[in-house]
Design a protein around this ligand. Structure first.
Ligand code: ZN
Length: 275
């Protein structure tokens, strides 16, 4: 599943290629995503400028002036900029056609599992049900130790589940929750209310660190979003604990353990994360 760094890298890649351009229309080959693609998509975008591409949590927001396209990559979605006459593959469900340039291009949405979404919101975005109750962005100033300590309050839920709760902070998925907790020396199962202010300081810092490193690693894949058949996947990164069950800890050599929390694979080092 694309996590925040992949979505942010996608945003940067396509923004560099098409921001400031103009849409000519849209081709919808299969509208059956998580929710139906609006049938009037072609008319909604035709002749409209693409003023800016924003990101909120894992939603990409295309500002067309009179409204926004809201796009979520779901489990397996990806976006690329291609020549408009590039034959579509089986899972290339939507093309947003781009005007101008030396040759006609398209922003192509591929999604084999079709859990993604492409929606239209006229006018302002504020109050859209998908965006209304989201917590702060992890990489913005509002995500501080003081904020986190207050947000965790008296929650008894495991800290890893709290960290992955979009109402507390957005965009910290399973891989980065595991990695940030290892770096902060906090056991994933510790009740959220038991974190001290110092724990929160370390955790806020390691969340930012892991996400920024992943985005930096993704920078080298930016070309994959333009004129390429390459599939943007997970960035080549070395993880401390994620996916390393029974392997030695890279810091202390102890065996990495695995359990499941909220159905998600959870990894930790019993020596580096004792409690
Ligand atoms: Zn260790």
């Amino acid at each position: 599943m694309p996590e925040l760094p992949e979505v942010e890298t996608t945003r940067r890649g396509i923004a560099a290629a098409i921001e400031g351009g103009r849409f000519e229309g849209a081709v919808v080959r299969d509208a059956r995503l998580r929710w139906p693609v609006p049938p009037e998509l072609d008319a909604l975008v035709a002749g409209r400028p693409l003023l800016r591409i924003w990101r909120r949590a894992k939603y990409l927001l295309f500002d067309l002036g009179h409204g926004h396209l809201i796009l979520h990559l779901g489990m397996s979605g990806s976006l690329r900029v291609v020549d408009a006459d590039t034959p579509p593959g089986k899972h290339d469900h939507v093309d947003l056609l781009l005007a101008g340039g030396e040759r006609p291009r398209a922003l192509r949405y591929r999604d084999p599992r079709r859990f993604g979404a492409l929606l239209w919101q006229p006018g302002e975005l504020q109050g859209h049900p998908l965006l209304a109750r989201l917590g702060p962005e992890p990489l913005e100033e509002g995500f501080t130790a003081a904020y986190l300590k207050a947000a965790l309050g008296r929650k008894r839920v495991a800290i890893k589940l709290a960290l992955m709760d979009n109402h507390i902070v957005v965009g910290v998925g399973n891989i980065y929750a595991n990695e940030a907790l290892f770096r902060a020396g906090i056991k994933p199962t510790r009740p959220a209310e038991k974190l001290s202010r110092a724990d929160c300081e370390r955790l806020v810092q390691t969340v930012k660190e892991t996400l920024l490193e992943a985005i930096a690693a993704g920078g080298s894949t930016l070309r994959d979003f333009v004129d390429s058949e390459g599939k943007p996947g997970y960035f080549q990164q070395r993880y401390f604990v994620y996916g390393r069950e029974a392997e030695p800890c890279l810091r202390c050599g102890e065996e990495i353990r695995q359990t499941r929390l909220g159905q998600r694979a959870t990894f930790w080092c019993p020596h580096c994360q004792p409690r």
